[in-house]
Write a protein that binds this ligand. Structure first.
Ligand SMILES: Cc1ncc(COP(=O)(O)O)c(C=O)c1O
Length: 407
C-alpha cells in the first residue's frame, strides 16, 4: 500500500520530508500516540518514516482484517472510486442494496441499517431496541442493560453503556436509561425486568475490557432469559465479529441468534462504515424518519465492504483463523508457564489477551522497540489482534518477539 499524501514543502530545493515525530502535532491529543509515523504497509507489516518495519498485531484495532496492500482490495477500491462515491439515502444504490442483501443472506437478520462507525452502530441499535420495546411494552420499557467490563463506544449513549469510569466521569451526565450489570446470571435475572428493560447489550468477546470470551453456554442462557422476558438481545460484534473469532459472526460459535447486531471496524476494509442488523420484528417497528445517517451505506464504501465480507466469509480463511487460534492457545499457555510476568491468557481465533503482573504500557513499548506492535486492553492486559490473513511464520515471529520481551 502506498500513496499516502505527504505535505509538499514549499521551499524549492529541499526534499519533501515528513515532520519528525517529536514535533508538536496539530491533531487533538485524544490518543496517547506511539513515537512512530507510519508511511506504508504490506501484508502484516507496517513501515515507519525512518524505514523500520514492524510486525503489526494491532490491525488498526481490528480494522485491517485483510492486512495491508491486499491486491484484491486495492483493485476493488480503484474500480469503486471510478463510480459513484456518495448518493443520499433518499435514493437506492445497487452497491448498498447488494451489501444489505448479502448480510441478510448470511446472518439472522431481515434488515440492515448502515452508518459510519461502531459507536454509531450501537447508538442506532439502542434506538431501534427502544422503538420496538415501546411498541410492545409502552414507554416504561426503555432501559438498556450493558455488562461489567463492556465497551460500546464514546458517544453519549454508547458511553453510558461502557464500563470505564475514566472515560465516563468527565462527561457526565451521560444518556439516561442505561444500566451496567454484573456478568452473573443470577444477578442479571434480577436486573432484566420484562416491564422496564428494552435490551441487553453484550460483546460475545469483550475486547477493550480485557479480551473476555464469553462461554457459549452462558450466551445461550442469556438468549433464553431475554427471549422469555421479551427483551431484545443485542450483540456488539464491532470488534469480535466478521471473522475475528474464526466464525463470520461471533454469535455462531454459541449457536444462538441475536435480535440486533452491531458491526463496524473491518466491514469496509479501512473505510469508515458501521451496520446494524435487525430481526424482522424489530425492523417492522421502525418507520421512515426514526433514524438516519447522511453518509451511511454510500455506494463507494458499500462496494468495498461487499468485497471484504465475501473475502472474510471464505471457509478457508475462517478455518485458518480457527487453526491459528488453537495454535495461539497452546503457544501462549507455554509463554504463561515460561514467563514470571504472565498471569493468564484468554482468547479465541485471532483475538487474545495476556494478563501481566506489571503495567502493559512499558511492555508494549519494549515490543515495539523489538519490531512488534501490540495493544493493551486495560492497564494490565496485552491485546493481540493480528490481521486475519496473517501467515503462520509471521505469527511465530511475533510470538517470538513477545517471548523475548516477557521471558
Ligand atoms: C466492541 C466495540 N464496540 C464499539 C466500539 C466503538 O467503535 P468506533 O470507535 O468505531 O466508534 C469499539 C471500538 O473499539 C468496540 O471495540
Amino acid at each position: 500500500m502506498s500513496g499516502l499524501a505527504l505535505p509538499v514543502m514549499p521551499d524549492a530545493g529541499v526534499a519533501p520530508s515528513l515532520p519528525p515525530t517529536e514535533t508538536p502535532s496539530a491533531i487533538l491529543g485524544t490518543y496517547a500516540r506511539a513515537p512512530l509515523t507510519v508511511v506504508d504497509g504490506h501484508g502484516a507489516e507496517l513501515i515507519a518514516s525512518d524505514g523500520r518495519r514492524y510486525l503489526d498485531f494491532t490491525s488498526g484495532i481490528a480494522v485491517n482484517a485483510l492486512g495491508y496492500g491486499d491486491p484484491g482490495l486495492q483493485s476493488v477500491l480503484q474500480d469503486a472510486a471510478s463510480g459513484l462515491i456518495h448518493v443520499s439515502n433518499l435514493f437506492r444504490t445497487e452497491p448498498a442494496e447488494e451489501l444489505a442483501q448479502w448480510l441478510v443472506m448470511h446472518s439472522f437478520a431481515d434488515k440492515v441499517f448502515f452508518c459510519n462507525s461502531g459507536a454509531e452502530a450501537n447508538e442506532g441499535a439502542f434506538k431501534f431496541a427502544r422503538r420496538w420495546a415501546r411498541a410492545v411494552g409502552g414507554p416504561v420499557k426503555h432501559e438498556i442493560v450493558a455488562l461489567r467490563g463492556s465497551f460500546h463506544g464514546r458517544l453519549f449513549a454508547s458511553l453510558a453503556a461502557t464500563d470505564r469510569p475514566r472515560y465516563r466521569a468527565p462527561f457526565r451526565p451521560l444518556a439516561g436509561g442505561v444500566t451496567i450489570a454484573e456478568r452473573d446470571l443470577g444477578r442479571l435475572a434480577d436486573t432484566l425486568v420484562p416491564e422496564t428493560t428494552a435490551a441487553l447489550v453484550v460483546e460475545p468477546v469483550q475486547g477493550e475490557g480485557g479480551v473476555r470470551v464469553f462461554d457459549p453456554g452462558w450466551l445461550r442462557e442469556l438468549r433464553s432469559l431475554t427471549a422469555e422476558r421479551r427483551i431484545a438481545l443485542m450483540l456488539d460484534e464491532v470488534q469480535c465479529g466478521l471473522g475475528r473469532t474464526g466464525w463470520l459472526f461471533a454469535y455462531e460459535r454459541a449457536g444462538i441468534e441475536p435480535d440486533l447486531l452491531a458491526l463496524a471496524k473491518p466491514l469496509a476494509g479501512g473505510l469508515p462504515m458501521g451496520a446494524v442488523l435487525l430481526n424482522g420484528e424489530i425492523a417492522a417497528s421502525i418507520e421512515a424518519g426514526d433514524h438516519g445517517s447522511t453518509f451511511g451505506g454510500g455506494p463507494f464504501v458499500s462496494a468495498v465492504a461487499r468485497y471484504v465480507v465475501e473475502r472474510i466469509a471464505e471457509p478457508a480463511l475462517l478455518q485458518s483463523v480457527r487453526e491459528h487460534g488453537e495454535w495461539l492457545s497452546a503457544t501462549l499457555n507455554r509463554l504463561a508457564e515460561a514467563s514470571p510476568h504472565v498471569r493468564g491468557i484468554r482468547g479465541v481465533g485471532l483475538i487474545w489477551g495476556i494478563d501481566i503482573a506489571m503495567r502493559a504500557a512499558p511492555i508494549i513499548d519494549a515490543a515495539r522497540e523489538t519490531g512488534l506492535l501490540i495493544l493493551s486492553a486495560g492497564d494490565h492486559t496485552l491485546r493481540l489482534l493480528p490481521p486475519l490473513t496473517i501467515t503462520r511464520p509471521d505469527l511465530e515471529r511475533g510470538i517470538g518477539i513477545l517471548y523475548s520481551v516477557l521471558v
